[in-house]
Design a protein around this ligand. Structure first.
Ligand code: NAP
Length: 295
């Protein structure tokens, strides 16, 4: 049995493009589709076939990988792909979609006879480009042999969370990780905003916490992007961060938990997007602290 599989990648944004490139470089035939075709075209240099439609992209696929904005976009695109899909194809759903949408997508997969895996990823642009993501995965034991080389191409580690993808156990764990990431990003922006408001050099703060338990590489990285004015190209956009903050809030509410910090964080992302920062790195939530543009 060969360990090379034809992989169709639907969605070649920041994450999908990097994942598709690493899959192609690992020797798997890749068929890529993106709504804005120009973002998929550079993958042709790595041997990928660029398709005009989702249905064309999934023709002959062993594995379909979805890496789109949210659960709604995934459902829309997979419905368009239906004419090209054959029963038994493995569907790896890596979009951050949350548990509810994952259950709906799993039901759609069942209707189409697809073998569904709930497989969100942890890590951002740089780890995606380096093939160093962590894949959180739930789904049946039988298809895992097909997935190992594909997950191996995009990630350094796979964390299996259960055999039933419809339960969304991987997506639920992913929301926990994102609640931490988004809170840390918002807090980093507020530390810098406070430093500006109090006329304190942020370097003094870094010296103060250096090498102690309060120091954090992620905090330094996000403040660094703001101080150095490197919010583009983004690793994770403000618009996507707002979407994830809202997924977290909705999921918490359904589970009976009140999350004040997540609500405030969602509002900071919304406000930063409204100010024109939607396509910048989510560190730009910092700007929500001010009415006027600030350096
Ligand atoms: P991105 O660069 O904004 O890519 C989003 C993709 O979704 C693009 O290909 C976009 O197409 C497509 N899309 C959006 N709405 C669509 C629709 N209605 N129909 C068809 N295509 C649609 O975002 P990303 O950062 O790669 O994120 C992709 C997913 O991974 C998100 O769920 C995100 O939460 C998750 N994620 C992101 C990161 C990160 O650090 N960036 C990390 C882990 C997980 P166009 O190009 O035409 O707009």
């Amino acid at each position: 049995m060969t360990d090379k599989f034809t992989v169709s990648v639907l969605g070649t944004g920041i994450m999908g493009a990097a994942m598709a490139r690493n899959i192609a470089r690992a020797g798997h035939p890749v068929r890529a589709w993106n709504r804005t075709r120009a973002k998929a075209e550079p993958l042709a240099a790595d041997g990928a076939h660029i398709a005009d439609t989702p249905a064309e992209a999934v023709q002959g696929a062993d594995v379909v990988l979805t890496m789109l904005y949210d659960g709604g976009a995934v459902m829309e695109v997979m419905r368009e792909a239906t004419p090209g899909l054959r029963p038994g194809v493995v569907w790896v759903q890596s979009t951050t979609a949350g548990g509810e949408a994952t259950a709906e997508l799993a039901a759609f997969a069942e209707e189409c006879g697809l073998v569904f895996y709930d497989a969100p990823v942890l890590g951002t642009r740089q780890p995606a480009e380096a093939g160093q993501l962590t894949v959180l995965a739930a789904g049946p034991e039988e298809g895992r042999a097909v997935l190992e080389p594909v997950f191996g191409a995009v990630g350094a580690r796979t964390v299996w969370t259960g055999p039933d993808a419809a339960e969304g156990s991987a997506s639920r764990l992913k929301l926990l990780a994102n609640s931490w990431v988004l809170a840390a990003t918002a807090a980093a922006g507020e530390v810098l905003a406070l430093a500006r408001a109090l006329d304190v050099d942020p370097e003094r703060f870094f010296e103060l916490i250096a090498d102690g338990p309060l120091d954090m590489g992620y905090l330094r990285a996000k403040i660094g992007l703001l101080v150095d004015g490197e919010l583009t190209p983004p690793s994770f956009t403000v618009a996507t961060a707002e979407k994830d903050a809202r997924l977290i809030l909705e999921a918490a509410e359904r589970g009976g938990a009140r999350l004040h910090l997540a609500a405030a964080t969602a509002e900071r992302f919304r406000r930063a997007a409204e100010q024109g920062h939607a396509d910048e790195d989510m560190a730009a939530a910092y700007f929500a602290s001010f009415d006027e543009p600030r350096p």
